[in-house]
Each structure stands twice: as C-alpha cells, then as structure tokens.
Design a binder for this molecule. Structure first.
Ligand code: BTN
Length: 251
C-alpha cells in the first residue's frame, strides 16, 4: 500500500491486523518468497524476544516487522546482519531527529532505555543459508509498560518524539538496503562498523557481560572488524566477545 524507495527490501509487504508473531509467519513462507518480502502486523499475540522472552506487541503501538533475506554468504557470516539492522535503525532514527544509541549487539536505546529489539533467525545448511528472518520490534507509541520492564523500556512517544510509523519504517528499510547490499554484494562492512562505533552506547564504558547466572565487569574498548566486542578485564587482559548480552553498569 505504501511506495518504498528501495529495489528489493520491502518491495513486497504483507500486512496483518493481528498475528501470532511476524517472525513465525515469515519462517513459514520464507522458502516460497523472494528476498526482501516484509511482514508487518499491527499486533502480535505471541511476539517473541531473544532468549525465549515475551515481546510486548500491542495493537498500533509499535512497528512489529520481519524481513525475509536470502543472502548468498556462508552461515557464520549471518550474525553480522543483526549489526547491519541495528546500524540502519540508529542511522534512520538519528536522521529523523531521535537521539539514538546502539547497545551491542541487538538493542537500540534512547535516553538509556530500550526502544527497539532485533531477533535474527537463521535457517541454514552446512555451507549455505536457506533464509534469514530479520525481526525488528520498535516501541513507537507505547505509553505504559508492564512493571517488570518499565525501568528498562521506553517508546519514541514517551521520549518526546511523535513520529509516524510509516515514515520510520521507510527510513529504516532504505538505510538497511544500502548497508545490507554493501555487505552481501561488495563484502564491505565499513559503514556498518562506523555507525556501530559512532552510536555505541557502551564503547568506553564499564559493562557487565552476562552469561547465564554469571556476570563479569569489564571495560568496553571497541567493536572489531568482525563486529565482535573487544573488552578489557580487570587484570588488563583483552577478550573478544562474539555474542551475548551486556548491561551497562549502573543501568
Ligand atoms: C529482543 O530484544 O529480545 C528482540 C525483540 C524482537 C521483536 C520483534 S517484533 C517483530 C518480530 N516478531 C517477533 O515475534 N519478534 C520480532
């Protein structure tokens, strides 16, 4: 229904009033769809977050969308797509006037609170990818969050930004297509890494690396060429974090 200024991503949009999860639907149809097909829904009844968590996806309050991708790359290179998505979202929102930061590897934050989560799901064989479903959830209009998350979650509207969801989606998809094609067709990560570093919420800060029940306090130094986190431990040794969850000290 809305014209997108892109070549592939979002050329076909399938929209729902309500659905269980746009990621689940995308996975069901992915094999028969072309790259770029995008699923959006006004509401999700079983929106999913990372680590099996529930994702609050009330009607008309946010952007709940999943993009089907079929990158011709080896499967171990797929996690970088999450960073591309985070970079696109941060870049698009900053261009729309929202002061946005990226909390490596999956979250986009405003004023220290999460407004966006990314859930990338991969179907692959040993050497090749069947498809990737890139799920993006952005709290746009939400005014009230449940008590478990009200200290860590926010929405664009709550932070004082009154943006149309269509404008936000268009801007993100445009940025995403550019950065994604750089990676897939030109093997270039430069712009994504630059954006991830420039808008990083954690570089230079003390953070906790969370692994199950364990947490380790380290200083975040950089994001390296592979998109992994470089941290310094208390004893001065340097460690590379490939994936996982971080929390900023004091937050
Ligand atoms: C997270 O931060 O844990 C990731 C949240 C991802 C939420 C989005 S909303 C659209 C898509 N469909 C889902 O069920 N989840 C993702």
């Amino acid at each position: 229904c809305h014209e997108l200024d892109t070549d592939i991503i979002g050329k076909k949009v399938i929209s729902f009033e309500t659905i269980d999860s746009t990621n689940d639907y995308a996975k069901q149809i992915a094999t028969n769809e072309n790259e770029g097909t995008t699923i959006v829904s006004e509401e999700q009844t079983s929106g999913r977050g990372r680590l099996g968590r529930h994702w609050h996806s009330k009607s008309h309050e946010g952007i709940w969308m999943s993009i089907i991708l079929k990158p011709n790359i080896v499967p171990y290179k797929a996690p970088f797509i999450t960073l591309i998505a985070g970079a696109s979202i941060a870049k698009a929102l900053n261009t729309l006037g929202v002061n946005t930061k990226i909390k490596w590897p999956n979250d986009v934050i405003v004023n220290g609170k999460k407004i966006c989560g990314i859930l990338t799901e991969l179907s692959a064989e040993i050497e090749r990818i069947n498809y990737v479903v890139l799920g993006i959830g952005i709290n746009v209009k939400t005014m009230e969050f449940s008590s478990e998350i009200e200290n860590i979650a926010t929405s664009l509207y709550k932070e004082g930004y009154n943006l149309s969801r269509v404008d936000v989606v268009k801007a993100i998809i445009k940025e995403f297509e550019t950065l994604y094609f750089d990676y897939i067709h030109k093997n270039s990560k430069l712009e994504t890494l630059k954006v991830c570093r420039n808008y990083s919420a954690i570089i230079g800060k003390k953070i906790y690396i969370l692994q199950g029940e364990d947490r380790e306090l380290v200083k975040c130094i950089d994001i390296n060429e592979d998109g992994n986190l470089i941290v310094e431990k208390d004893n001065g040794s340097i460690k590379e974090i490939v994936s996982g969850e971080v929390s900023i000290r004091g937050e």
